[in-house]
Design a protein around this ligand. Structure first.
Ligand SMILES: NC(=O)c1ccc[n+]([C@@H]2O[C@H](COP(=O)([O-])OP(=O)(O)OC[C@H]3O[C@@H](n4cnc5c(N)ncnc54)[C@H](O)[C@@H]3O)[C@@H](O)[C@H]2O)c1
Length: 278
């Protein structure tokens, strides 16, 4: 299968890597050469680690050799599937879809990795919306097993079936969701993180004990505050804000403590401090 991944950031490079790991030819594109260079380095590092742990048996160079890094989107024109992983901004995605409409074949699948934008809203910019759906991978892509498959009102049943098959070929587990804000994952996760932040704000307990409760009492591998730091507090705030606006329900309202940390650029792991120091 020929695969074109657009956007070589955190998600796009992971998605390109997992497709290459199972034998597909992949074109990975970005508008910034620097992003492609970082992606090339990170993919090589990740493949080396997976190989040394025995998680992949093929030589890392062979897997890496299947990925073409380029700023020229037209080199990906023959793809059976296009996966869009550019910034989470409607206008940027819509502008890109105009280009994809020109190069995608009659039967090419176009998938968005969006976390929070409606698949139906995005589909309005797609020439063949029956071939369009959401494929929501999780970070870090080479490790996380889940893929949420989001069906738009106009997505065809055969494209959903094909996406389920592709997900399984990647060694991942699909779940299917209708196009509701936050799909399944963030709709359930965000109120959990929010409640943990409110418990901290109200002085119910310490951050460590809040996290420990979920880890040891409910068997979660990470506590909600740790997880928020891992996702990035700005990203968490943006997702909550979208859900709050869409549902109009206070259970999604971004808490003040979260807003204060984001405004102070304490964004979690990536900035060295969030609820915890790193
Ligand atoms: N980071 C996560 O944990 C996560 C998880 C699931 C889904 N997502 C979704 O995945 C998408 C990408 O997120 P990310 O965290 O990888 O972002 P990122 O900022 O790491 O990467 C985005 C990349 O897109 C590139 N880009 C922007 N416009 C482009 C264009 N027109 N053509 C080609 N490349 C372009 C940027 O240069 C950048 O390298 C978003 O829709 C996000 O909601 C993110």
């Amino acid at each position: 299968m020929n695969v074109t991944v657009i956007g070589a950031g955190t998600m796009g490079r992971g998605i390109a890597q997992v497709f290459a790991q199972v034998g597909n030819e992949v074109v990975l594109t970005d508008v910034y050469q620097k992003a492609l260079e970082t992606a090339a380095n990170e993919i090589q590092k990740s493949l080396g680690k997976l190989h040394s742990k025995g998680a992949i048996t093929e030589a890392p160079e062979l897997v890496y050799g299947r990925i073409k890094f380029t700023e020229d989107l037209s080199l990906g024109r023959d793809a059976d599937i296009f996966i869009e992983a550019v910034l989470e901004k409607l206008e940027i995605k819509e502008a890109l879809y105009k280009q994809l409409n020109e190069i995608a074949g009659e039967n090419s699948i176009i998938a968005s990795n969006t976390s929070s934008i409606s698949i139906n809203a995005l589909s309005a910019a797609i020439k063949k919306p029956e071939n369009f759906l959401g494929l929501h991978f999780f970070n870090p892509v080479p490790i996380m097993k889940l893929v949420e498959i989001i069906k738009g009102v106009r997505t065809s049943a055969s494209v959903v079936e094909k996406a389920i098959e592709i997900t399984r070929q990647l060694g991942k587990e699909p779940v299917t969701s209708q196009d509701f804000p936050g799909f399944i994952s963030n709709r359930i996760l965000m109120p959990l993180i929010r409640e943990a932040i409110l418990a901290l704000e109200e002085g119910v307990s310490s951050r460590e004990d809040i996290d420990k409760t979920l880890k040891l009492g409910m068997n979660h591998p990470m506590g909600p505050l740790e997880l928020a730091d891992f996702i990035g507090l700005d990203v968490v705030q943006d997702i909550m804000a979208v859900l709050y606006e869409e549902f109009g329900d206070p259970r999604f309202k971004p808490p003040v403590t979260l807003r204060n940390l984001v405004n102070a650029r304490k964004l979690g792991r990536k900035s060295g401090e969030g609820f915890y120091k790193y």
